[in-house]
Design a protein around this ligand. Structure first.
Ligand SMILES: *Cc1c(COP(=O)(O)O)cnc(C)c1O
Length: 399
């Protein structure tokens, strides 16, 4: 079968909830992927930062195969020999006290919202049904009804109501707005350290430190959604490290499995997760031995193979190279580590056409919002490959 035939099957039988670039991929290795005709591309999206460790990392693959042969799923009705080790290693790495494992990112977000609401009732004395969570404009936290209910993106919400009450939206990057929005009913503030889907929006320096202080002063749980920014993407294990702060709850997912398997987790620095009792919350697949074995190795290679430091160094190099490209089409290039956004001038007519041009040059990336291209290759990329990419990006814009 050829690419048009695969595309036809998807379009004929699948829901059209995505508008992918027309490339049908078949194989991946490190930063490279191949389409069904054997053409090789550089992956500059990394499955929205879920394959930070590179495609089909051999050590993670080995862990997957070995565990798949041994034991895959027990449910949490019984204990398994991987879960405790996963908890211990994840807590040691992230300096957390407790972990709650789930599968998708959206489930981690939902779990955090449940935990802070209950914490509010049990620990802060907020009346049942009155708890408020503050979120930011232009957020992206996933696709469930509750989460899209507090999205400010029209397409994400339209037609899906009624929504879950109890959320208040404030501007991103504005610590004073947070202070003003807090009431005695506020139990949590949910925020991304950098808004990834929102267009790689980096808040003003000092913002997260102010947010940390305000949350502590008002007994509000600070929930950082690091599902995209975490696990090395910004050049630190967690993006909170750039501001030297610690969230009360940290959400991770995506690269937690190196792209092999859906695994997410809520990390707790205070005893927020302690309010959950047996029967309060759960997931059939959350914390299963296959997920745990894969994640343990995904974390191990991230650290042992120097991927976090590489993200910092290669990210700075890539950013600098992109900033050298002189083009009236480019309005701004911004980023931290290997999470980079290139904002195009509205005159350019939208980023999609440029992603298509880059694809013709064997570079895969995706627009986020209308005018922004995100460059977020796997964290194993090297200098020569970045030079290769820069040459092609310059070709598309340098005129
Ligand atoms: C991708 C993402 C999510 C949702 O994760 P899913 O696994 O797609 O449910 C939540 N928050 C952020 C910041 C993300 O980038």
């Amino acid at each position: 079968m050829d690419a048009p035939q695969y595309t036809h099957l998807e379009q004929r039988y699948g829901a059209h909830n995505y508008h992918p670039l027309d490339v049908v991929l078949k194989r991946g290795e490190g930063v490279w992927v191949w389409d069904v005709a054997g053409i090789k591309y550089l992956d500059c999206l990394s499955a929205y930062s879920a394959v930070n460790q590179g495609h089909c990392h051999p050590r993670i693959m080995q862990a997957l195969i070995e565990q798949a042969r041994t034991l895959t799923l027990t449910s949490r009705a019984f204990r398994n020999d991987q879960l405790g080790l996963f908890y211990q290693e994840l807590c040691a790495l992230t300096r957390s006290h407790k972990v709650l494992p789930m599968n998708s990112g959206a489930e981690a977000v939902e779990t955090a919202i449940k935990a802070v609401r209950k914490w509010g009732v049990v620990e802060k004395g907020v009346a049942e049904g009155k708890a408020e969570v503050i979120v930011c404009r232009n957020n992206f936290h996933g696709r469930t009804i509750t989460i899209v209910g507090f999205s400010t993106d029209g397409d994400s919400r339209k037609g899906f109501g009624p929504f879950t009450p109890g959320f208040k939206v404030i501007p991103f990057g504005d610590a004073r707005a947070l202070e003003e929005a807090i009431t005695p009913h506020t139990v949590g503030f949910l925020v991304e350290p950098i808004q990834g889907e929102g267009g790689v929006i980096i808040p003003p320096s000092g913002y997260l430190r102010d947010v940390r202080r305000i949350c502590s002063n008002h007994r509000v749980i600070l929930i950082l959604d690091e599902i995209q920014t975490g696990l090395g993407r910004t050049g630190r294990l967690l993006a909170e490290a750039h501001d030297n702060i610690e969230a009360d709850l940290t959400l991770i997912g995506k690269a937690l499995s190196g792209g092999f398997y859906p695994v997410s987790a809520v990390l707790s620095n205070r005893e927020v997760l302690g309010v959950l009792k047996p029967g309060d919350h759960g997931s059939t697949f959350g914390g299963n031995p296959l997920a745990c074995a894969v994640s343990r190795m995904a974390l191990k290679v991230l650290v042992e193979e120097g991927m976090i430091e590489n993200a910092a160094q290669m990210g700075a190099y890539f950013l600098e190279g992109l900033r050298q490209i002189r083009s009236p089409l480019i309005r701004e290039v911004r980023g931290r580590g290997l999470l980079i956004g290139m904002e195009l001038d509205p005159e350019a007519g939208g980023a999609r056409a440029y992603c298509e041009k880059l694809m013709e040059k064997r570079l895969l990336c995706k627009e986020t919002h209308r005018h922004i291209i995100r460059f977020a290759p796997p964290l194993v990329i090297d200098r020569d490959t970045i030079d290769w990419a820069l040459e092609r990006i310059a070709d598309v814009f340098d005129k």
